[in-house]
Write a protein of this length. Structure first.
Length: 246
């Protein structure tokens, strides 16, 4: 039986995840949309020109029953998360714990490199943050395209990609449970066409754009709350011209 709900933001240190599991509490990922309300309701706390992921964190905090929150405010997340923690303390009446995940022990990235529906792959990677168990072994596939970046707020954009997509960027760091590993985050495969993605107004747009300009076959894309028709059309055209889809 669960003994309470714990919200997490980013990737808290593995020691925190183990602690929550030992206390038999339910983990709720506040980065992901958990409630069906307009993000406009968060405008009293955060400006609209703010990362949609962190606005979603505030939105979830406004409507969910939580006993405490652990938010990574270190290099494994972003500086804006630190300020969001301050806002969360205003929204919530429960403890908001600031953590700094600088874990270095890698868990591996079997999901990032296996053949799998990309939406399901991202769901599995983000869900994996809530567990300290070792990953099961998976067969590595030959990649046809790469997706570099953070998990998008709107997972529907991932449905455009084939099952042979390899995942790079912060999402791979997330799976490896080393979110502050910049060397791993910057790793790319120059032999395959790659979409470099970031949420609009996120600081990682700078790194996504930088890496895209150096890659021989790249498309840089950023989206705000949802993946609009323009972004989807750009990705579809890029995949078609690269011979990834027909």
């Amino acid at each position: 039986m669960s003994r309470g709900n714990v919200g997490i933001v980013g990737v808290p240190p593995l020691a925190i995840i183990k602690k929550i599991a030992n206390e038999n509490k339910t983990i709720i990922d506040l980065d992901e949309p958990q409630v069906k309300y307009s993000l406009d309701r968060t405008s009293r706390y955060l400006p609209r020109v703010f990362c949609a992921i962190l606005r979603t964190v505030i939105q979830n905090g406004m409507h969910l029953s939580l006993d405490e929150v652990y938010i990574d405010v270190g290099p494994g997340k972003c500086d804006c998360a630190l300020h969001t923690a301050t806002v969360l303390e205003q929204v919530l009446s429960v403890p908001v714990h600031r953590t700094r995940n600088q874990d270095v022990q890698g868990y591996g990235t079997p999901l990032s490199e296996t053949k799998m529906d990309l939406v399901d792959k991202f769901k599995a990677i983000t869900k994996g943050v809530q567990s300290a168990k070792p990953y099961i072994t998976r067969q590595k596939c030959i990649p046809s395209v790469g997706f570099w970046g953070v998990p998008p707020r709107d997972f529907s954009i991932l449905s455009l990609f084939p099952e042979t997509t390899h995942v790079y960027g912060w999402t791979r760091c997330m799976e490896n449970k080393t979110p502050a590993n910049l060397e791993l985050e910057m790793h790319v495969n120059n032999d395959i066409p790659t979409v470099f993605f970031a949420q609009s107004f996120c600081a990682k747009t700078a790194l996504a754009y930088h890496l895209a300009t150096k890659h021989p076959r790249a498309l840089y894309v950023d989206c705000d709350v949802t993946a609009g028709s323009s972004a989807r059309a750009k990705i579809e055209a890029f995949l078609e011209l690269s011979g990834v889809i027909t």
